[in-house]
Design a protein around this ligand. Sequence first.
Ligand code: PEP
Length: 259
Amino acid sequence: MTDRRRIVAGNWKMHGSLVSASELAGALAATTHEAGRGLPEVIVFPPFPHLDAVRRVLEEAESAGTLAVQLGAQDLSIHEQGAHTGEVSADMLLDCGCSHVLVGHSERRTGLRESDELVARKFHRAADHGLIPVLCVGETLPERRAERTAEVVLRQLGAVLELCGGNMFERAVLAYEPVWAIGTGHTATPEQAQQVHTLLRGEIARTNAKIAVGIRILYGGSVNGANAAALFAQPDIDGGLVGGASLDAKEFLRIIAAV
Ligand code: PEP
């Protein structure tokens, strides 16, 4: 057993409205964790236009002493500021109350053709500005079938290590998200996930052993209330990055309870 504090993170993707996002945040925040101790870190990643409203709901609940939920964004720009229409800077996210930001989600790598190099630059920008980057890596189904999983995730991680160095992972979070498991209902088995998590931790250890022991590595891909406990029981799975199931407060709270 390690003393790594678990994390349950909810990626709300491009779902919901201002009203539904606020209600969902309110439902999560209103849940007081009975034990108090042993509580995982909970982070939600709403769409950009909902960040401020969600922040206000979370801040109100915080002062009432309920479940602390942190706020994250789903993306950031590599640019500081300037003529970059549609982009959102690290400082803007900090202004909105974000502590975390996703980088390298497969829907951006694939759908928006974000390269390993661009992802690495986003990671650097986030960490350099005091945001905690949540770096997502994962293989597609053809890559898994071709037994290229290790090669792919190490390449994705390697691009960030090369640009940023191992020390920049001190405040970072890693997420292994096999692309074939995202939104499909086909969860990786706990053993499949554990194998990749061990590999990722080992790779970080090659640059900094201390950071490797402490870094939280989340599993993402069709996590729900029924399968979460078995996944989180693995020694190198330090929580989950949850998409679909994080949009339902009850289901998301079941996952939190599984930790
Ligand atoms: C995700 O979007 O990162 C994700 C893991 O989605 P889902 O839980 O729906 O598979």
